[in-house]
Design a protein around this ligand. Sequence first.
Ligand code: C2E
Ligand code: MG
Ligand code: MG
Ligand code: MG
Length: 281
Amino acid sequence: KVKYAGKNNYMFFNKEMTEKLKEQIQIERILRDAIKEEGFNLLYQPQVCTYTGKIVGFEALLRIKNKRISPGLFIPIAEDNGMIIEIGRWVTKEAINQIRTWKKIGVPIKPIAINFSAKQLNDSNYIAFLKDQLKENNVEAKHIEIEITESIFLDKKEETIVFLNQLKNLGIKIALDDFGTGYSSLSYLTFLPVDKIKLDKSLCDKFLELEHISVMDNIISLAHSLKLEVLAEGIENIEQFKRLKLGGCNYVQGYLFSKPVEVMEVAKIYNDNFLEKIIKD
Ligand code: C2E
Ligand code: MG
Ligand code: MG
Ligand code: MG
């Protein structure tokens, strides 16, 4: 009996691994096609000022056209197989193109934040590429922001700091994404050349419990004392919003205001005042 159980377990494990591998190979194929055939698109999620209720920028979030695969699944695969380099360049180019288009049609420009994977540090010409794209499209660096996570500092700390300073010298703002999910977050803040921290959804989900409120307030004031701005991610209800505003949080992003939307939808929400909107509801 024991033997059987062991055998079954082994077979089950094996099947699971095979399925996982199959899925991975399938996603790799989809990614390869998407790179070849302009198969990606960006959705835009507004970032809202807690005081004015106005949109101050958008985060660009990558999707594969006509596929319902979340970036949480395909980005790690692209990181492992190196495709993230090419994908990252596409995202950069697309965001810059979008700014150029907004400029051309005469809408006031809001900065676009793009996510930058730690693996993209291997793209040794990225800075030159970015600079060329900005110049070619006549887009100012202040209209592009780069989001990194603290995982970027794990291996190549010195190299990363040089890289981030190059971005800063270009005039690109840097946000530290998913803040509160890593290990030594607070100490990083004292030496990293970042402009903003993005408090992770997992932190924002639970801070309203009494014992966590002061932790949130303290993180915000610590960030402010280091001259960093604070954005709270994944805000879904008005209580979170109100308390974050009271605590001095500068910006918010989340389904309470808007999901990530297609670029055609951006025009519709562009002039919304989200304070009036959510308080009315
Ligand atoms: P992230 O950069 O932390 O982005 C925030 C994620 O939270 C997005 O998921 C967004 O759609 C989702 N979100 C925003 N507000 C809410 C909310 O109120 N409730 C809930 N439940 N979710 C909310 P998404 O678009 O699935 O992206 C997941 C992750 O994939 C991103 O996390 C980022 O790490 C990565 N990613 C997305 N696009 C890119 C990209 O172009 N390049 C790279 N390297 N990574 C990307
Ligand atoms: Mg992000
Ligand atoms: Mg995040
Ligand atoms: Mg994330």
